[in-house]
Design a protein around this ligand. Structure first.
Ligand code: GAL
Length: 434
């Protein structure tokens, strides 16, 4: 199996069921016969240790909401929170890798659908969960294209709990108004011109940034803007060169934009840069839509206190990632782990979790009306837009390649040496693709 081939499998435009299973999907109140055979009445019993990086703030609120559904569905089980703090799994992934290597897996862990999951499959660290996916309704409730990203040789290796969008600019409308910025910029150059206006109005840092993973996150969205979705996808199968003109333009844009941002330390996470937009000390932040949960938890009103739009130049493109939960080989409580997976994949679990998390359900049968305006707009975009895969969040590249891109990005952040950055990105791609 080629990891790269699996990684770039395009998530098509259809968010509709394409499978042959014509059974109607289970609703909140119904339990299918298959669900009953997968999850024992009241649950398997015992402790169920679940590993994530949703340790604080709005991310923890999302996890807590899912745990509440788990506790209701499976009162025999005891949830054990094994979360390790650090946005995008900065600290968690290293701990997880050593736990898996040392034969000390949790009962379930969070992994991104796509290339990241393939790492665990190739290392034989996770087991197929076809029975759980079937019990949940299979392709009658999950988009087939999403299932394809978690399937290898007919085996499905995780249960997707959500879909996040990465290419979102979160902005403070009062700061923009004071700077005379009245329109949404059409491309990166127009956006940079707006940053200049914001700076001239007296705002020291028009855009905010955090540590390395947030820089990779911003850079990937600029790559999408400057390359377009097809050439961007080509970066991951070798059909687009990492030293092509489009990448070089993106590196220049990235450097210019960093010139309008605060100085960040490597460990800085995403919440403070989001808070700076809320507090009006900055106009913009580019972050995945887990940020909307932070706006909500600080009682910000959509459209009044904050606005959002796709990163300029990426309108009509949905930069995608999906959190999913796995069944590690050697999980201490495999039956309890399946209870957790049944919860994460249920309509009820996905509604509770995603309402707090800012993402949209991976399932297609959770009514949009139950969600606030931002998430409804994300659901619409996901149906219509061209889908791109996130680099920073495991959809486009395996962990080792992401590590190399992150190292190159951290180096560039200090040196601002674009030629070396491009050379490092080329070397990273060569190493990964052979
Ligand atoms: C992503 C993850 C999201 C969110 C984000 C920031 O990798 O998929 O759910 O947690 O990191 O921590």
């Amino acid at each position: 199996m080629s990891v790269a081939v699996v990684a770039i499998a395009a998530l098509g435009l259809t968010a509709c069921a394409t499978g042959t299973d014509t059974d109607s999907p289970a609703t909140d109140s119904e339990t299918t016969a298959a669900e009953e055979t997968t999850a024992a009445e009241g649950g398997a019993g015992g402790e169920v240790g679940v590993f994530t990086w949703w340790a604080d703030g709005s991310e923890k609120e999302g996890l807590d909401a899912l745990v509440e559904v788990f506790n209701e569905k499976f009162p025999n089980d005891t949830f054990v929170n094994l979360a390790v703090a650090g946005g995008a799994g900065t600290n968690a992934k290293a701990k997880l890798a050593s736990d898996l290597e040392n034969g000390n897996p949790p009962d379930s862990f969070q992994g991104h659908a796509g290339a990241e999951l393939m790492d665990y499959i190739v290392k034989d660290q996770i087991l197929p969960v076809n029975d759980v996916i079937d019990a949940l309704g299979g392709s009658s409730v999950f988009p087939q294209d999403l299932l394809d990203r978690i399937t290898v040789e007919g085996n499905i290796y995780s249960v997707p709990s959500n879909i996040h969008r990465a290419n979102v600019v979160w902005a403070n409308p009062s700061v923009l108004e004071a700077a005379g910025v009245t329109e949404t910029p059409a491309d990166i150059d127009a956006w940079i011109a707006d940053m200049e206006k914001v700076k001239a109005s007296g705002v020291e840092t028009p855009i905010t940034i955090g540590g390395t993973w947030t820089q990779v996150h911003l850079f990937e969205t600029i790559l999408i803007a400057d390359l377009g979705p097809d050439d961007y996808a080509g970066l991951f199968d070798g059909s687009t060169a990492w030293d092509s003109d489009g990448v070089k333009t993106a590196v220049e844009h990235f450097e210019t934009i960093l010139g309008y941002a605060n100085n960040a330390s490597d460990g800085d996470d995403w919440v403070a840069p989001t808070d700076a937009v809320i507090d009006g000390t900055a106009a913009y932040n580019v972050m995945g839509d887990w940020a909307v949960a932070q706006f909500n938890s600080r009682d910000q009103v959509d459209g009044e206190d904050y606005i959002y739009f796709p990163v300029p130049g990426t309108d009509g493109i949905f930069d995608f990632l999906a959190d999913s939960f796995t069944l590690p080989k050697g999980a201490p409580n495999e039956a309890g782990a399946k209870d957790w997976l049944m919860t994460a994949g249920s309509a009820e679990g996905q509604k509770a979790f995603n309402l707090k998390k800012g993402s949209i359900p991976a399932r297609i049968d959770v009514p949009a009306d139950d969600f606030p305006a931002y998430q409804q707009s994300a659901m619409e975009s996901f149906k219509q837009d061209t889908i791109a895969s996130s680099i920073a969040h495991g959809a486009a590249v395996p962990l080792a390649w992401l590590d190399d891109i992150s190292t190159a990005t951290a180096k560039f952040y200090s040196s601002k040496d674009g030629d070396t950055y491009v050379a490092d990105l080329v070397a990273a791609a060569q190493k990964a693709l052979g």
